[in-house]
Design a protein around this ligand. Structure first.
Ligand code: NAD
Ligand code: ZN
Length: 363
């Protein structure tokens, strides 16, 4: 591995995994509750309003619950700033922040944890190691599996000028609670789109110049689990596969931590920025047309789409203007770390904005 790629990564401090482990949350937070103003903030995907999960949480009278609607748009810097201000105005600095949901709710919790202690707008912290003050103790509880947000070092935000994560030592959750029971209700299309985020993370991680033994160890196992969940005999949404998908997501995230995403994510970011297309779905739209970069993985992906009867529309680009395609290509091109990983240090000689526009026209 090149020394320039060495990273001293901060991981989750603690992890609990297994069916029913959500019931341990009360014990997990008991001591930490004494920090700061001695209360807990729950950031919960609003899918769970009036669902049994909330009654299982160890909520006390002075705790705050903030339900987040993640369907309108992906997490925004402005949304984080408003949430931070609301929390602080109401009760001052909390002891703990708990994020419960898919990648969106978890990223909102991760970003808010950092922004509760670091001054100014969160858009100032989009980038690498820009936050200097440790955040509030954070706990992540995934209810959709695939993004790897539970373990990643970034909280992805769309800001006034870019979609880029707050990526620093204080971003990863201190504790994660991986309870496969919690993903049982995810609708099939969503299960697939977010699950494929992991599959694509693994494929991108492994097909670029920053791939290494650490990434391979996690990534190879994650790929095996994805094939069990999505393609092999016995595949589909069931208890065993939920357990596997939850671990695949974690391992896919860990594989990426020491490698990088590639062409598919660069295109996906363009789609999300210009049209607000959801991350997992945008990845699927792009990956479907990337045989020349990801070979057999794309033919396997197509088989999985068919096997599970997933909605994946074609010819989307017929509805896009040249200006929109150009804007998406610019956003994609301006992710040099992804192109560098996928195509090598001389990536600028191998891909251009007109060529990226052609990739978008295939979709
Ligand atoms: P999501 O969090 O956007 O949720 C998708 C849908 O599933 C929503 O409608 C939500 O209400 C619903 N939902 C959540 N849990 C459910 C459950 N148990 N049952 C039924 N419905 C449920 O989806 P996602 O794909 O997990 O996350 C996408 C987000 O993650 C994007 O904002 C993307 O940028 C981010 N992301 C972050 C990282 C990272 O490393 N931080 C990596 C990849 C993606
Ligand atoms: Zn992703």
């Amino acid at each position: 591995m090149q020394t320039s790629r060495l990273k001293n990564i901060r991981n989750n401090d603690r992890l609990i995994y297994g069916r029913g482990c959500l019931s341990m949350l009360g014990d997990i937070i008991k001591d930490k509750r004494e920090l700061n103003n001695k209360y807990v903030v729950y950031v919960i995907d609003d899918y769970f309003i009036n669902k049994p999960l909330v009654a299982k949480l160890p909520i006390e009278s002075n705790d705050q619950i903030h339900y987040v609607d993640v369907n309108q748009y992906e997490p925004k810097t402005e949304q984080i700033d408003n949430l931070r201000d609301t929390i602080l105005q109401k009760s001052g600095l909390p002891a703990i922040i708990v994020g419960i949901g898919g990648g969106s709710a978890m990223d909102i919790a991760k970003a808010t944890s950092v922004m509760l202690t670091n001054p100014g707008p969160s858009s100032d912290y989009q980038g690498l190691n820009l936050a200097k003050i440790p955040g509030v103790y954070s706990i992540g509880i995934p209810t959709v599996s695939g993004t790897g947000a539970e373990c990643s070092t970034t909280a992805v935000l769309t800001g006034p000028i870019k979609k880029l994560g707050i990526k620093c030592d204080y971003t990863p959750f201190n504790q994660i609670v991986l309870d496969p029971d919690l993903i049982a209700t995810v609708p099939k299309n969503q299960w697939f789109y977010t699950g494929m985020d992991t599959f694509i993370h693994d494929m991108e991680s492994s097909s670029g110049m920053f791939y290494n033994t650490f990434s391979a160890a996690y990534g190879d196992q994650s790929i095996e689990l994805c094939y069990d969940v999505f393609l092999r005999e016995g595949c589909g949404q069931n208890e065993i596969n939920d357990e596997k998908l939850m671990v695949a997501s974690l391992f896919g995230g860990l594989s990426l931590t020491y490698s990088e995403v590639g062409v598919c994510h660069a295109l996906s970011y363009g789609l999300s920025y210009v049209f607000g297309t959801r991350h997992g779905y945008a990845n699927c739209l792009a990956f479907n047309h990337l045989e020349e970069y990801y070979g057999n993985a794309v033919s396997d992906f197509k088989k999985m789409v068919e096997l599970h009867d997933i909605d994946l529309p074609q010819n989307q680009s017929e509805n896009w203007t040249e200006d929109e395609i150009h804007r998406m290509a610019e956003i994609s091109y301006n992710l040099p770390h992804m192109w560098h990983h996928a195509l090598g240090p001389d990536w600028e000689n191998k891909i251009s904005i007109p060529q990226i526009m052609d990739l978008f026209r295939r979709m």
